[in-house]
Design a protein around this ligand. Structure first.
Ligand code: T6T
Length: 315
């Protein structure tokens, strides 16, 4: 059974690139590697992991690279493998570059669980747990379509090619946009997880195509920069922004009317499921190769009501 959301708490601070350890010392040792340090999505996931680990009497050590970058994440994985934890929960930063280091972890006897992102061939992993990212991308398009039923130009700002989650979101958005009457899909541009780059992409795009009606920002940092770019261009009244993720700053932008909708994932649930799968594997119990978690569309209308619980934690 899935551990209930009520369990979620976050005793130790979540953020930084330095490692933090939580939990009992006599149970299983779990290492958690974030996609990037300081990202509220992974901080919320860490909270879910720590709550579930505490339930199970396990210890969690969390680390994350300074950037969402496999060349920075691989050395973290290599040093974790050398320290021989019982399980490794990780959001791999690239579908190809992280496959061999993670397979090496599994070959060393560590139970590997993929949380959020995955790799091209995840067959070495106990389980891969992720949101319905294709569905989330489609829902993002539908939110733009609702605001602009007559259609128009739409753009996507993503992170980097080769990230399973954001690539799937782009795919879901693109298919829906291309299938809809009246919409002109302008393609995807990559912000490398830098809000400033996302802002530059958006101001340049709005200069070239001032009649853009909607922009889908495929993660938290893309959304942050997209909102800035639209404001810098003075286009906040004509451009609908839909962002993936619901960090506290994104929610403030939603309430202020700078952003019109957010696709909120369930990072704590992904983390809790990840711990359950790791512990099942360690105990020789059955595991699930793939688990899909849900999302909620947040708007100004539901954010103060049932949507409030979907907001990510910042520490
Ligand atoms: O959107 C999440 C995560 O799902 C994605 O894989 C990378 O970006 C985030 O961490 C948000 O910044």
């Amino acid at each position: 059974a899935t551990v209930g959301l009520a369990l979620v708490g976050c005793s130790s601070g979540g953020g930084g690139s330095s490692s933090s350890t939580a939990g009992a010392s006599d149970g299983f040792k779990i290492a958690f590697v974030q996609g990037v340090a300081g990202d509220e999505f992974y901080i919320s996931m860490q909270c879910g992991i720590e709550a579930a680990a505490e339930e199970a009497g396990a210890t969690v050590t969390t680390q994350g690279p300074e950037k969402f970058d496999p060349t920075l994440q691989k050395p973290i994985v290599d040093s974790i493998v050398a320290s021989k934890p019982d399980a490794l929960l990780i959001a791999p930063t690239d579908v190809t570059a992280m496959e061999a280091p993670l397979k090496a972890a599994a070959d060393a006897g560590i139970k590997v669980v993929l949380v959020d992102t995955t790799v091209e061939d995840p067959s070495f992993a106990v389980s891969a747990i992720a949101s319905d990212n294709v569905g989330g991308g489609k829902a993002a398009f539908e939110a733009i379509q609702e605001a602009h039923p007559d259609g128009g130009k739409v753009l996507v700002v993503s992170v980097d090619p080769g990230i399973s989650t954001t690539d799937a979101r782009v795919e879901g958005f693109q298919k829906a946009a291309e299938a809809a009457d009246g919409f002109d899909y302008l393609g995807v541009q990559y912000s490398h997880n830098e809000p400033a780059t996302a802002a530059e992409i958006v101001t340049a795009a709005l200069q070239k195509d001032p009649d853009i009606v909607g922009i889908f920002a495929a993660n938290l940092f893309a959304a942050e920069g997209t909102a800035t770019g639209v404001q810098q261009a003075g286009k906040q009244d004509s451009v609908t922004i839909v962002g993936f993720d619901a960090g506290p700053a994104q929610v403030e932008q939603l309430k202020a009317g700078t952003v019109q909708a957010l696709v909120a994932q369930e990072p704590a649930t992904i983390g809790q499921d990840g711990v359950e799968q790791a512990i099942a594997a360690l105990n020789g119990d059955p595991t699930e190769a793939e688990i899909q978690t849900g999302f909620t569309i947040l708007t100004k209308d539901n954010i103060d009501g049932e949507g409030a619980d979907a907001v990510y934690k910042s520490s």
